[in-house]
Design a protein around this ligand. Structure first.
Ligand code: PLP
Length: 752
């Protein structure tokens, strides 16, 4: 291709024959950049190329394999899972590739990627990006305002300053005093928080001499694992993180915090930072920051060090601040009564965020902006910048009054973060966020109602209304709410908890396989939602410190982050979950493994390397059948009893009704012979109540017991398939209620 270009250009009248080849190639290279100045036609090449790439990407929303269900699947292009086996064989080519070819290849990398905008894509707090933010971020890439400061990109820098002002207003801080910087994710924000904390407590000098004290970080057990990343990377050390237990609302236990603060004092260890987690993905844990502030205000750090910094990890929860201006009485957006209560509650939890000294905001999570785009903000920007300023001038020069390069961790800093964050704040304003968040709550409430109405489904996070609904599905004969209550609270039922945990995992895998594996597409059920799964939502009530992952509560998860997810999306989730459950149980019954083998089996190692669609969420393990199909003792309807027998489980409800309509019900006393050895076998019996014994009698009249058959079971059917003559006798050993079927009708229906 490049050679062709070469040929074409070398023939061009612009280039005489004796022009050096590099000059000719340079022409191709120049054409691979946006035009340097406005000339009719040149700018349009870039614009068209860009549009064309976006067009190619959009085409991938129409999967090739299922043309008839255009634009419905929640992923782009082919469903294929990753295969990295050939990546190391890629060649760094000798010659240039053509631009269109490279673009087509680039677009190809999006194959299989979830389409986050799709209403059925609900697998995490990963929002689709709004158009203003995509464009903001992309425009910044076109002119690449590297180093977000005054030297090169002074107007782009305004988006950072203005974002700080808008966020300060949301928080309730003075925008003239507060401010911050865009950085690399919630982790970057935490890292800035820790650096500020260390410098506040140990003084500026510590930046030269190093940290010589075991400064302590106090953070809730529910806090994100970046507590370890940041303490590790800062050199403070992970052992200096003290995890505080949580209360029943997953909030840091204030009494426990008090005690740890007192312990630190006794041990002579200064606390550098207390972190309040303001929203987590699953539990939506929100710490009581006002209480923590009071404790800090009263606290005297050991060795007379200054007070610890109060950092709020608000990357998930921050956007609820948009309800600051909402009049919940007037309810101008007309949210439903139930939703309004939740919205108000969530806002009230987040509102005291202003007590923090500094906090982190993720636009790429609950801001509906592209990855990654985070803002670290502190209430006292001048102190922050002064404390962290470089000791000697950087090689960059102050050309404007705005020079964050003097204290940022990053040297190069993209303008994309700031442009997309700013665009998002401008686009949505308070009301946009109110609608986006309100919609999640409305849809979530609708889903929870659906779960509640279904006997086999139960919501496991009914008390928290964040971005996700966690739920469990149980077999058809199980009342999900009762069973979950038991799974959660009864230590004697740990085997059941484990069995139903494995069922959740298998259902999650099945949904994923139905979505991703063309061979596992179920006719009529080709478009499953992309939901998620956790194998560690919470410990059971009776073992709060449980560490064996098999005994934690597993759950399916649905995050309707897309603004397109609505009530219908949630109905689809429910239906697919039930369908996947049915398929899983049917498969398990076919692959039946004796239960003692299952119970003896150890937890299997998920192994290394790539997962397949079959075990995306963890290895599928066998589950004892007794947990999946009704026990014979269960209080079943007659119809269910019939269907619960292996001969009859395939019968339709209509066929079962027909069978029952043709039967006789009979009550008998204990000790009655129901059928005798040697007789013609022309009836089949269902024990609705009571017990019978099956026995043979020899020529001397000695009896040999063969079996006891209990309520819910059929007997007599074997003789129909065999010789038509009873090979044993059956006698009631308790008063019995029987349903007696005519053998010919029974056979006809069973054999189809
Ligand atoms: C509560 C919380 N804090 C921090 C982080 C880390 O943020 P980021 O991924 O933007 O670095 C996450 C999630 O990933 C989180 O859920």
């Amino acid at each position: 291709m490049v050679k062709e270009n070469h040929k074409q250009t070398s023939k061009s009248k612009d280039f005489p024959e004796d022009v050096a080849r590099w000059r000719i190639l340079l022409k191709t290279i120049q054409a691979a950049f946006p035009s340097p100045w406005k000339e009719e036609g040149d700018d349009q090449i870039f614009e068209q190329t860009f549009l064309n790439a976006v067009g190619q990407l959009n085409q991938m929303k129409h999967p090739r394999m299922y043309q008839e269900q255009k634009a419905w699947q929640g992923y782009l292009g082919d469903p294929a899972l990753p295969d990295y086996s050939c990546c190391k064989n890629v060649k760094f080519e000798e010659q240039m590739q053509s631009l269109p070819e490279v673009i087509t290849e680039l677009v190809g990398f999006f194959n299989g990627m979830p389409n986050w905008n799709h209403p059925q894509t609900m697998c995490n707090v990963v929002p689709p990006s709004n158009t203003a933010s995509i464009i903001g971020s992309t425009l910044a890439q076109i002119f690449s305002p590297n180093i977000l400061e005054g030297e090169y990109s002074w107007n782009i820098a305004k988006t950072e300053i203005e974002s700080g002002a808008m966020l300060a207003q949301m928080i309730g801080w003075d925008p003239h005093k507060a401010g911050g910087i865009y950085t690399f994710g919630g982790t970057g924000c935490y890292f800035y928080g820790l650096k500020l904390a260390l410098t506040t407590v140990f003084g500026k000098d510590s930046r030269f001499k190093g940290i010589r004290e075991d400064g302590q970080i106090l953070v809730s057990r529910e806090g994100h694992f970046i507590k370890e990343t940041c303490s590790d990377w800062s050199g403070l050390g992970m052992n200096n993180v003290r995890e505080i237990p949580v209360d029943e609302h997953n909030r840091m236990d204030i009494n426990a915090l008090k005690k740890v603060m007192a312990d630190c004092k006794k041990e002579g260890k200064p606390i550098v930072m207390i972190v309040c987690t303001m929203g987590t993905t699953d539990a939506f844990a929100i710490d009581q920051i006002a209480e923590v502030r009071k404790l800090i205000d009263k606290y005297k750090n050991s060795k007379r060090y200054p007070k610890p910094l109060l950092y709020a990890d608000a990357v998930i929860g921050w956007s609820w601040l948009a309800f600051r201006s909402y009049d919940f009485e007037k309810n101008s957006l007309q949210f439903s009564k139930k939703a309004l209560e939740v919205l108000k509650y969530n806002y009230e939890q987040i509102k005291p965020l202003h007590h923090a000294d500094a906090l982190g905001v993720d636009f790429h999570k609950t801001g509906w902006a592209p990855y990654n785009c985070s803002f670290f903000i502190t209430r006292d920007y001048d102190t922050f910048s002064e404390l962290l300023s470089r000791p000697s001038p950087a090689y960059l020069q102050d050309r404007t009054p705005y020079n964050p390069f003097k204290f940022t961790f990053e040297t190069s800093r993209t303008g994309s973060y700031a442009m997309s964050g700013w665009a998002t704040l401008r686009l949505f304003g308070h009301e946009g966020y109110q609608v986006l968040l309100g919609r999640i709550i409305e849809v979530g409430i609708f889903f929870r109602d659906l779960l509640h109405k279904d006997k086999n489904l139960v919501c496991v996070n009914p008390d928290n209304h964040g971005f996700v609904t966690l739920f469990r599905v149980y077999p058809k004969h199980i009342d999900a709410e009762k069973q979950y209550e038991q799974d959660l609270n009864d230590p004697r039922c740990q085997d059941e908890l484990r069995a139903y945990n494995l069922l959740q995992q298998r259902v999650a895998n099945k949904l994923f396989a139905m979505l991703r594996d063309p061979e596992q597409k179920v006719p009529g059920w080709e478009n499953p939602p992309y939901t998620s799964f956790t194998s560690g939502y919470r410990p059971p009530e009776y073992a709060p410190e449980e560490t064996d992952s098999r005994n934690l509560i597993y759950a399916l998860k649905a995050f309707p982050m897309s603004p397109n997810s609505n009530e219908i999306s949630m109905q689809i989730v429910r239906n697919y979950v039930l369908k996947a459950r049915d398929i899983v149980i049917a498969e398990l019954m076919q692959e039946y493994t004796p239960e003692d083998e299952i119970l003896a089996s150890k937890e299997t190692d998920s192994g290394s390397g790539m997962r397949t669609a079959d075990n995306w969420f963890g290895d599928n393990q066998d589950i004892p059948l007794k947990y999946l199909v009704p026990s014979k003792d269960a209080d079943l309807s007659i119809e269910e009893m019939v269907k619960n027998n292996p001969f009859c489980s395939h019968l339709s409800d209509g066929q079962v009704r027909q069978l029952l309509a043709e039967s006789n019900a009979k009550s008998i006393e204990a000790g009655e012979v129901i059928c005798a050895e040697g007789e013609k076998a022309d009836k089949v019996y269902l024990i609705v109540n009571g017990k019978v014994k099956v026995y043979k009698t020899d020529s001397k009249g000695h009896e040999t017991g063969l079996a006891i058959i209990e309520k819910g079971n059929l007997f007599g059917e074997m003789a129909l398939f065999d010789k038509g003559i009873r090979s044993a006798s059956v006698m009631s050993i308790e008063p019995c209620q029987l349903y007696i079927f005519r053998g010919d009708i029974f056979l006809e229906l069973v054999l189809g």
